[in-house]
Design a protein around this ligand. Structure first.
Ligand SMILES: NC(=O)c1ccc[n+]([C@@H]2O[C@H](COP(=O)([O-])OP(=O)(O)OC[C@H]3O[C@@H](n4cnc5c(N)ncnc54)[C@H](OP(=O)(O)O)[C@@H]3O)[C@@H](O)[C@H]2O)c1
Length: 384
């Protein structure tokens, strides 16, 4: 199965082939993906992403349009910069939308691809929600960004100016909350040691979610350039264990919005192919697809759950575990047509080739059976 979790490396657009033991890299076409957000570093990296990544206007990214329209200048705030009265007002804004007794949640990287779903899920669940925001990001003239921030604001989210590289801002932000979720981009994963330093200094955080949200880096073997990224994520895991910081790892497998619009095909497809598909190997290994919204929902549910403390939460919703052959067959049934199959000789890997043992992990759809997750079938319906 194609794996595009890490797609913004060394200027390549990449198609990763995820084998049982290795992950290999093919080169793809450079930078044709149209992301009309402004050019921050993470956004530049996003622009270089694998073609399987959806366009922000895709039907699969509901939160891009899921908030009310932007109508006024977004005001961002920081506890260090604000007066005591402003601080009280800010806290009461968050509190007004919040459900009593809910954990206060800080998202670092909440303007990013997956981070915005964390912010949205947290606010929706009634958690007082805080977003650490770079000033440059807040002041971006880009209309998508402005709309996103206005939506957050309308949902009661409190904005805090800050930066990974500004220790004081991190400590100030972390001190305000119980839960810290990092959705820093892959290229900055190692910089999360700065968040860990701040959490140690603040001393109040009950749960930290490092930026993972992909494969289980301790259980998947990879080759470069993916190997280095996995190693960086694994190093953060070891540091959290060594420092005794209460944490939860979310292993979300494939973001559905990355893979399903193209049916995991190379190229810049905005909807699944209707004539032919490339099949790697025999197409039988299983992969797991999870909608970005559900990644956010499950993460927020896990944040206050003692059963997920110092554990890996695997997202394996049963209806969304499919082999490539099953995925294609599902699509064929929907469009009432049999596609031509082009087989590429490549052994493909499996997301479910290890058992989740209670000593290290739990499965989200078992923990939270009340969450009505979006199925692959429902997502494909949008493209019929
Ligand atoms: N499972 C999958 O299919 C899959 C796919 C993609 C990614 N992932 C994983 O998901 C995680 C998040 O990746 P992503 O692609 O969502 O990230 P992203 O879109 O690149 O977003 C990164 C976020 O970090 C913020 N940021 C960057 N530098 C910062 C700094 N110095 N101070 C404060 N904030 C800063 C960015 O702010 P600005 O908006 O201001 O730039 C942005 O909000 C990663 O661990 C990645 O490996 C998984």
């Amino acid at each position: 199965m194609h794996v595009c979790e890490y797609s913004a490396y060394q200027g390549y657009i990449c198609i990763f082939l995820f084998n049982k033991q290795t992950v290999t890299l093919l080169r793809g076409e450079p930078g044709r993906h149209g992301d009309n957000l402004s050019e921050s570093a993470s956004q530049r990296s996003r622009r270089r992403r694998c073609p399987h990544q959806p366009n922000p206007s895709s039907a699969l990214t509901p939160s891009y349009s899921g908030f009310p329209p932007f109508s006024s200048t977004t005001r961002t705030e920081h506890p260090v910069l604000r007066t005591k009265k402003e601080r009280e007002n800010t806290n009461s804004t968050a509190a007004a939308m919040a459900v009593e007794g809910k954990s206060k949640v800080l998202v670092i990287g909440g303007t990013g691809y997956i981070g915005r779903f964390m912010v949205e899920a947290s606010a929706k669940a009634g958690n007082p929600t805080f977003l650490l925001l770079r000033k440059s990001s807040a002041e971006s003239a880009n209309s998508h960004r402005a709309k996103l921030l206005q939506g957050f604001k309308d949902a009661g989210v409190t904005f805090l100016y800050g930066d990974l590289y500004d220790h004081k801002s991190l400590v100030s932000a972390v001190k305000l909350v119980d839960v810290v979720i990092s959705t820093i981009g892959t290229e900055s994963v190692e910089e999360q040691t700065r968040i860990i330093d701040a959490i140690k200094e603040a001393g109040n955080v009950k749960r930290f979610f490092p930026s993972e949200f992909g494969n289980d880096v301790d259980r998947v073997h990879a080759v470069e350039p993916v190997k280095s990224a996995y190693e960086e994520k694994a190093k953060i895991r070891r540091l959290l264990e060594a420092e005794g910081i209460p944490h939860t790892i979310v292993s979300s497998n494939f973001f559905a919005g990355y893979f399903l619009p193209s049916l995991a095909q190379p190229g810049f497809l905005s909807s699944p192919p209707r004539d032919k598909v490339i099949v790697l190997g025999d197409g039988n290994p299983k992969a797991v697809f999870v909608s970005e919204e559900d990644v956010g929902t499950y993460t927020i549910r896990a944040a206050e759950d003692p059963r997920t403390l110092n554990k890996i939460v695997y997202l394996r919703p049963p209806a969304n575990i499919l082999s490539f052959n099953e995925l294609v067959a599902l699509w064929e049934r929907k469009i009432g047509k049999t596609l031509e199959k082009i087989y590429v000789h490549e052994e493909a890997g499996d997301h479910t080739n290890f058992e989740i043992e209670p000593s290290f992990g739990v499965e989200a759809s078992e923990l939270y059976p009340d969450v009505k997750y979006t199925t692959v079938s429902e997502i494909l319906d949008q493209f019929v």
